[in-house]
Design a protein. Structure first.
Lengths: 176, 479
């Protein structure tokens, strides 16, 4: 049984945020704060940079628009041409509404898939989710800071001291 | 805010909290704690079903079965079982389609547009409204598929595509744009709704006691741990989905209106249709949101979360969109006269004073007069009154689509082919049955999924704000 990390429970978002600032300044890299809702300002307190989901959205949208235009051209102007009302075989104007919808459709899938990829989700097993106190807190009303033992700076005593000085009332080693 | 933004305040300076009258009314009443929110909202799914739930489900699923029977009869026999005949080839079927699609728009407006506008009150109602969107789109989707009756006569536009003649569908037609708009709308609404559900599914998973429940909630929660590194990507994805849903929802009803506006029929061929349809859709959708949530907030004891202020704000949206709709009705008549097209003018005279005058004036009284009662605060805060008006809004908006579709069709250019549409019992039962589908889905939703976005409501409480004394801030929230 290896230890996964040291978990410190905080009662308020402000306490967790101040603790996060201290952990960030102490130079840890493999750690996280688990909260029941996104806490504003915590990204900065943890030193997290802007999310890259937008790139996935953009690639999705560009793919969708191109797919729409090419599909319509191929179906109505190349594979089986039918003259309807004397209108041109292909025109970007009549192809626009459908391409517009496909832009949004693919961009939405891009956003969700991008979020899942960047977060390494879905994940059906996580050591923290086996911990009762974690499950009763992180999705309910507690703010839980976890520093992994895999962190190069991790030291069972020093790390525990740091978290205690940050004001956590409950600190516990989580088994893997 | 990071430390860099914080300005050091000299100790001699005393910062007082803002005066009480400037504090906004809280979004969650009675200063409920974060834990209370998850206990209370998740409790709706966890406790035994309320006494009214099973009888309600039985009634609605009976209506659903009735609709399935009617559809079976229609498809085996043909559109003749409906009151359709020359010249009215579209009647209740397409009316119902536009009605249901319009209902959905309020859900997306609440979840996406109000999110972009940072209207924090949306958090109490967005989950239920988005669910309503999905179920309304499901009801809407039925009608275009079945509206040809014996569908094997329409195989050229139904899957498998391409058909045995290898013909592709015609992308020059607004009807096909509509297929893409509605199916994209349904899919993106589902994605958006599901994304919002992930953290709440994790809450349900962590609270679940039964093995099956824990597995199912856990499976769909994707292993969410509430990690802030995850929240960072999640919030970005949510913001982008809101940004994508906004142009989407505006396009959907615009494209639905193209089904009519691109044709040559007097009464349909007008450029005001796209904005007028979108405003009408939002108007009817808010009517439906209120019809659903006003009973539910009492039945499920949600008065602290869906407060009187929430209801009052939604009434204001109804007032605003209802005024736009009223303006559009007036403008249509003005253009019919000012445009100098005799057919257009005849169509509009016939609309108000022809054989269907009763439908037109029902629409006017429900959609133009009713919403203006919401100018009065007393009436906006009277739940029973708001509930009754919301029902009238729904009725009025159904009549609007009936007026546009049937009245415009029943007298076309050739007086010899004028007619009068009368619905048959199959028309009526199919429409009532679609409510059965809608209510059944909604009842199942509210019983098995948190009907209020738990994590989002938590996020707008003062306890969630690290700069607020209740969120644990030591020096008050004055950054």
């Amino acid at each position: 049984m290896n230890a996964y990390g040291l978990m410190a429970v905080f009662e308020t978002p402000a306490d967790a945020m101040h603790a996060a600032e201290q952990v960030r300044d102490a130079g840890y890299s493999k750690w996280d704060v688990h909260t029941p809702f996104p806490v504003h300002g915590l990204d900065a307190a943890m030193g997290i940079s802007n999310s890259k989901v937008g790139w996935f959205t953009f690639i999705g949208g560009a793919t969708g628009y191109t797919t729409g235009m090419i599909m319509i051209w191929w179906m109505n102007a190349f594979d089986y041409k039918i003259v309807i009302g004397g209108k041109p075989m292909f025109s970007p104007f009549y192809a626009f509404p459908v391409s517009y919808e496909l832009t949004i459709l693919f961009a939405s899938f891009g956003s969700l898939i991008g979020m899942a990829l960047l977060n390494r989700l879905p994940r059906l097993h996580h050591p923290l989710l086996k911990n009762r106190r974690f499950c009763q807190g992180a999705s309910h009303d507690k703010f839980i800071l976890v520093i992994e033992t895999a962190d190069p700076k991790f030291n069972a005593e020093e790390t525990r001291k740091l978290l205690a000085s940050a004001g956590s009332k409950h600190i516990e080693m989580v088994e893997d | 805010m990071s430390a860099a933004v914080e300005h050091p305040v000299p100790s001699s300076v005393k910062i007082a909290p803002p005066p009480a009258e400037l504090e906004r009314e809280p979004l969650v009443l009675n200063n409920r704690s974060i834990g209370w929110l998850s206990d209370h909202i998740a409790g709706i799914c966890e406790g035994p079903a309320p006494k009214w739930w099973l009888p309600a489900l039985m009634i609605s699923s009976t209506a659903l079965v009735m609709m399935l029977g009617c559809i079976g009869y229609l498809i085996s026999t043909g559109v003749g079982v409906w009151g359709l005949n020359q010249p009215v080839e579209w009647a209740w079927d397409i009316t119902n389609f536009v009605f249901w699609i319009g209902i959905g728009h309020a859900g997306t407006l609440i979840s996406a547009i109000l999110f972009l506008l940072r209207q924090k009150w949306r958090t109490s109602v967005n989950r239920a409204a988005e669910a309503m969107t999905l179920f309304a789109v499901a009801c809407a989707g039925i009608f275009p598929v079945i509206h040809v009756g014996r569908i094997w006569y329409a195989v050229w536009w139904l899957p498998p595509i391409p058909n045995n003649y290898d013909i592709w569908v015609n992308f020059r037609s607004p009807l096909l744009w509509d297929v893409f708009a509605v199916s994209t709308y349904g899919t993106v609404s589902l994605l958006f709704w599901y994304t919002g559900l992930i953290p709440d599914l994790a809450t349900m998973r962590d609270r679940a006691t039964g093995k099956v429940k824990k597995f199912l909630y856990g499976f769909f929660a994707l292993g969410w741990t509430g990690s802030n590194r995850h929240w960072s990507n999640y919030e970005k994805a949510y913001l982008l989905l809101a940004g994508l849903s906004t142009p989407l929802v505006l396009s959907v009803h615009s494209i639905v209106s193209f089904d009519f506006a691109v044709s040559q029929v007097p009464g349909w061929h007008t450029t005001i249709f796209p904005p007028y349809f979108v405003a009408g859709a939002v108007f009817s959708g808010f009517g439906m949101v209120l019809s659903l949530l006003i009973p539910l907030r009492t039945l499920c004891k949600l008065e602290d979360i869906i407060t009187v202020r929430h209801v009052s704000l939604m009434c204001k949206v109804i007032l605003a969109t209802g005024s736009i709709v009223g303006y559009a009705y007036g403008m249509e008549f003005f253009i019919a006269w000012y445009g100098g097209n005799p057919y257009e003018l005849a169509a509009f005279k016939n609309r108000a004073f022809g054989p269907y005058w009763w439908a037109y004036w029902s629409m006017i009284s429900c959609n133009v007069i009713c919403p203006h009662l919401f100018w009065f605060k007393k009436l906006r805060e009277n739940m029973l009154f708001v509930f009754i008006v919301s029902i009238f809004v729904n009725i009025g908006m159904w009549f609007e689509r009936f007026v546009i579709i049937v009245i415009s069709l029943h007298r076309d250019y050739l007086p010899s082919s004028w007619g009068y549409f009368r619905p048959t019992w199959v028309d009526v039962c199919t429409f009532i049955g679609s409510f059965g589908l809608f209510v059944t889905l909604f009842l199942l939703f509210m019983r098995y999924l948190p009907m209020i976005a738990i994590s989002e409501v938590k996020g707008v409480t003062p306890q969630a704000d690290p700069h607020h004394p209740q969120g644990g801030a030591k020096h008050g929230g004055h950054h």
